[in-house]
Structures are given as C-alpha cells and as structure tokens.
Design a protein. Structure first.
Length: 94
C-alpha cells in the first residue's frame, strides 16, 4: 500500500508542476535539468513498481532444514581465478 501511495504522490507532484512555454533558445541549462529530472522521476517510479520475477524476498518456504548439533566454522585457503590466495569460512558439521 505504501508503494501505491508513493507512486500516486510522485505522479501528482509531477502533473501539478508549473510549466512554462517552450522556447528554442538557451535557458541556462533548463532543458538539461528537465531531462535529468525526468529520468530521475522515471527511475524512482520504475523502482517502486518493480516486483521482481519471483515476487520479492521470502517467496518460498524454507522446507526441511536438517538440524546438526556439532557444527563449526573452519577457515580454508583457496586460490581464486587470478592466482591469489583467499581465505573463506566453511561450515563443517559432524
């Protein structure tokens, strides 16, 4: 509901803005500011309406999770694709 309210408020603000007649002369960057502002408003509205392919976080149940009582984290050194040594933590359960 908050997203719908935000979209409605942004749309109303964009529609009620006072507009001036367009002239084919240099208005001190007013055209560039209008284009940048339009792109920004479009990005905000687009990001609010995007739901994602799977419907957002928490779309699936976790299902069965095995319970291990003897789990610990160990460090393991691995070589990445550039030949550098990296340390990563791995979970080891007995």
């Amino acid at each position: 509901m908050l997203k719908v309210t935000t979209i409605a408020a942004i749309s109303a603000l964009a529609l009620t803005a006072v507009s001036q007649p367009a002239f084919a002369r240099n208005n001190g960057g007013a055209i560039a500011a209008g284009v940048i502002g339009g792109l920004a408003v479009g990005a905000i509205i687009g990001s609010q309406t995007n739901r994602g392919y799977y419907g957002g976080p928490g779309y699936a149940e976790s299902g069965y999770q095995p319970v291990y009582t003897n789990c610990r984290f160990e460090r393991e050194q691995v070589v990445d694709q550039y030949g550098r040594y990296r340390t990563r933590r791995i979970r080891v359960c007995d």
